[in-house]
Design a binder for this molecule. Structure first.
Ligand code: DP6
Length: 324
């Protein structure tokens, strides 16, 4: 066989975070999460199942990388499709790699769509979400655009993302402050595993998470930006508090992270409505309304440089690209 398909998926940033697994193999999370898919950061992936290949092949941004990392995921697709053919995967990441901008979310969402189509499967979006989840939990949410909830579920069938508001007319977005675009020190997989095992705050985290999701949904329905921001910021800080309370402790914060957070707080004290969130890396993402963007950028630019301030609006779900 020689079958090819391409797909584009956007990254998403969680407003209520996923941080811990109940099942490591199936990637079933300890709690549901809620995210916003962004338009500016995405991954394009082409998958070709080709009988002439003697092993899987992986190229990222024109660099050949070991395909062994992707093989378990491709095996899942092959198993579903009943084929044994190896695949060539070519990806272009329009996301600063592993800098806490959740590149694994767009990567596995695009891979799930392209690989399943190239293998001859016609998966529904819930099926795509479940497949993407097996690559990386947060990827389950990138199948959909706008606000998305990944419902924790209890098994492979029920742990799936659902759209809350796919095409939102709310003029909000995220301003990513790129403080360090290097590879993160502790991969999210290892970080969350360590926290589940050792952080005494973990049960409290799980207990609070559903209340955060309910409040975020209410904020979205009522277009209540203050509530959206306050809950998101508090949820992110609680996730990072888990890390500080782990044994041994760890943190994704860098000195510049604290500086950025302090400046957001200063802006807020001046009456500008903006809130921050952070993931498994030092970069800070500012949740804001479009009307406040010029003020926020002008305040942050002298400290971090205009080129390190990347704004993204709500983005779309996964889509297939023409040409294959
Ligand atoms: C902090 O989805 O990268 O961004 O499932 O192990 O691949 P794996 O983890 P991943 O973790 C994302 C963690 C987070 C929060 C979030 O996106 O919900």
């Amino acid at each position: 066989m020689l079958n090819s398909a391409s797909a584009r998926a956007h990254t998403n940033i969680a407003l209520a975070k996923y941080w811990g697994k109940r099942d490591e193999e199936l990637i079933i999370p300890m709690n549901s999460s809620l995210s916003l898919t962004l338009d500016h950061f995405y991954t394009d992936t082409q998958v070709t199942f080709d009988d002439s290949l003697t092993a899987d092949f992986f190229e990222l941004d024109n660099r050949i990388l070991p395909a062994t990392k992707l093989t378990p995921f491709l095996d899942l697709v092959r198993q579903k499709a009943g084929i044994k053919t190896f695949a060539a995967v070519k990806s272009f990441n329009h996301v600063p790699n592993q800098a806490g901008l959740a590149s694994s979310a767009s990567a596995y969402a695009a891979l799930a769509a392209a690989a399943s189509k190239a293998a001859g499967l016609e998966l529904t979006r819930p099926e795509l979400s479940r497949l993407a989840r097996r690559g990386s939990g947060s990827a389950s949410r990138s199948i959909y655009g706008g606000f998305v909830e990944w419902q924790e579920g209890h098994d492979d069938l029920t742990s799936v993302a659902v759209p809350i508001e796919e095409e939102t007319d709310w003029k909000i977005g995220m301003l990513a402050i790129i403080l360090n675009a290097g590879v993160k020190k502790i991969a999210s997989r290892a970080g969350m595993q360590h926290v589940v095992k050792t952080s005494p705050y973990y049960p409290a985290w799980v207990k609070e998470s559903q209340a955060d999701i309910d409040a975020l949904k209410q904020a979205i329905a009522n277009r209540d930006f203050t509530q959206l921001g306050e809950i998101s910021e508090s949820n992110a800080l609680r996730m990072h508090a888990l890390n500080l309370a782990a044994r041994p402790p760890f943190s994704y914060f860098e000195a510049s992270t604290i500086r950025a957070i302090t400046m957001i707080e200063e802006l807020r004290a001046q009456g500008v409505s903006c809130y921050y969130t952070m993931d498994a890396g030092p970069n800070v993402k500012v949740l804001c309304q479009e009307e406040d963007l010029p003020t926020i950028k002008a305040y942050l630019a002298p400290a971090f440089g205009t080129e390190n301030l990347l704004f993204a609006r709500p983005g779309q779900g996964v889509k297939f690209l023409e040409g294959d």
